[in-house]
Ligand binder design. Structure first.
Ligand code: ARG
Length: 458
């Protein structure tokens, strides 16, 4: 089979090499962006008088038919044609004849592939931002129901101070919001048209990249042809942002795994989002959460692959860069799949409020509140801290919570304690008193929810 670049060659490519360097098995997913890019390029060539209007129309129409054929599953791509770019060009020439051979005027696959990947990534970023927003709405809906659902907050995975489930969920809303911002920021730098850079040094033809940018919806045009074909920063940035999204999902999943254990018993996952064991009939496992946690590693790997692939490359294009795609695609697919399954898993889980409340009660999570109470009675904080510490030790020995101790018992350790101490130890009051901005008090959380909603709807 004759190659599109076969002119200066006297021998066919070795079969092993053919397979080895072909990327069609994975870059075929760029077909739509490749075709849209080529159509805009052809229109621009005609506007600039480089090809005729009729030729451009023939090319644009031919490409539209090829697009329809690919979508209908009527196209077999050829490994010998190497990649999606040359496959489509070959199909075009077969379909419309010699005019098809004019499409690649003033263009190289180097600027073409950079264009396709940027177009593809912009669409995928939009899709992922959509999923992240949906996830945040889901979390906010759940938070709204649980502004009064008291649970222990943890440090070192030891019960620390009382918070609410709503407050805990809102922490994740913040993380996912930063993820959205990171993606949108990365999108700005992805939104730059590289077409016109040619192989590396631009072209002698009078192109109009601004016209192409307008046709394809790019906000800017690359300023330097060498950079335009060598830059994959946008892909690195995206995969870095994807790795952070996965890290956030993974932390959440770890909590879901813990919370659904008998030891915590804070939630029960819906049957539709858990699985059983082939041997142990009683098991109900949080596999979905575990798998998301596990898949985080592969996205970290994708990031490492991209950075390492790029680190030693001289300008401009090098074939190494073909290796950008599988890592990028894998990161896109993994993040999308994980978000898509995570959202319904969380929205269908059953919350066991009584277990959360009991854990907050049993865990001395109101000990800081007691120290603060003593401070209000005039005891220096460091002393109050020590008094309450001794009281906790005593209560542990008695198998009691702080609020179960009598006034006399308490006064052995903290003489400043008065009758009103029981109000101060009430777990709901402890939460409600944390009214500071960003705190867990139900009224503070309700305000945070409406701020988050306003931000999302903007
Ligand atoms: N399939 C190639 C890639 O993905 C397209 C660019 C090839 N350019 C070249 N000069 N070999 O990077």
């Amino acid at each position: 089979m004759s190659k599109l670049w076969g002119g200066r060659f006297q021998k066919d490519t070795d079969r092993l090499v053919e397979d080895f360097h072909s990327s069609i098995s994975f870059d075929r997913r760029l077909y739509r962006h490749d075709i849209r890019g080529s159509q805009a390029h052809a229109r621009m060539l005609a506007r600039q008088g480089i090809i005729s209007q009729e030729e451009a129309e023939l090319i644009v129409r031919g490409l539209e038919e090829i697009l329809a054929d690919i979508e209908a599953g009527r196209v077999e791509f050829a490994v010998e044609a190497e990649d999606i770019h040359m496959n489509i060009e070959q199909l075009l020439t077969r379909r419309i004849g010699p005019v098809g051979k004019k499409l690649h005027t003033a263009r190289s696959r180097n600027d073409q592939v950079a264009l396709d990947v940027r177009m593809y990534l912009k669409d995928e970023i939009d899709a992922i931002v959509g999923l992240l927003k949906k996830l945040q709405h889901t979390l906010l809906d759940l938070a709204e129901e649980h502004c009064e659902t008291v649970m222990p907050g943890y440090t070192h995975l030891q019960r620390a101070q009382p918070v609410t489930l709503a407050h805990h969920l809102l922490a994740y809303v913040q993380m996912f919001w930063r993820d959205v911002e990171r993606l949108l920021d990365c999108r700005r730098r992805t939104d730059v048209l590289p077409l016109g850079a040619g192989a590396l040094a631009g072209t002698t033809f009078p192109l109009d990249p601004h016209f192409v940018a307008g046709e394809l919806g790019f906000a800017a045009v690359a300023e330097n042809s060498l950079d335009a074909v060598s830059d994959r920063d946008f892909a690195v940035e995206f995969v870095a942002a994807a790795a952070i999204i996965m890290m956030h999902l993974s932390r959440f999943c770890e909590e879901i795994v813990l919370w659904s254990s008998a030891e915590f018993g804070f939630i029960e996952l819906d049957d539709a989002y858990s699985t059983g064991s082939s041997m142990m009939p009683q098991k109900k496992n949080p596999d979905v959460a575990e798998l998301i946690r596990g898949k985080t590693g592969r996205v970290y790997g994708d990031l490492q692959a991209l950075l390492t692939m790029l680190k030693g490359l001289p300008l401009a294009y090098n074939k190494d860069m073909q290796e950008d795609k599988e890592a990028l695609f894998d990161a896109v697919d993994t993040v999308k799949k994980c978000l898509a399954v995570f959202i319904p898993m969380v929205s269908t889980m059953r919350v066991r409020k009584e277990r959360m409340l009991a854990a907050a009660r049993e865990g001395f999570t109101n000990a800081t509140d007691l120290a603060d109470y003593l401070v209000r009675k005039g005891v220096p904080f460091r002393e109050a801290h020590a008094q309450v510490g001794k009281m906790v030790l005593y209560a542990l020995g008695e198998g009691k919570a702080l609020e179960d101790l009598s006034l006399e018992e308490m006064r052995q350790f903290a003489p400043a304690v008065e009758e009103d101490v029981y109000r101060a130890l009430d777990i709901r009051r402890c939460v409600a008193a944390r009214r500071v901005l960003g705190g867990p008090a139900p009224e503070a959380v309700r305000q945070a929810i409406s701020r988050a909603r306003a931000r999302l709807d903007f």
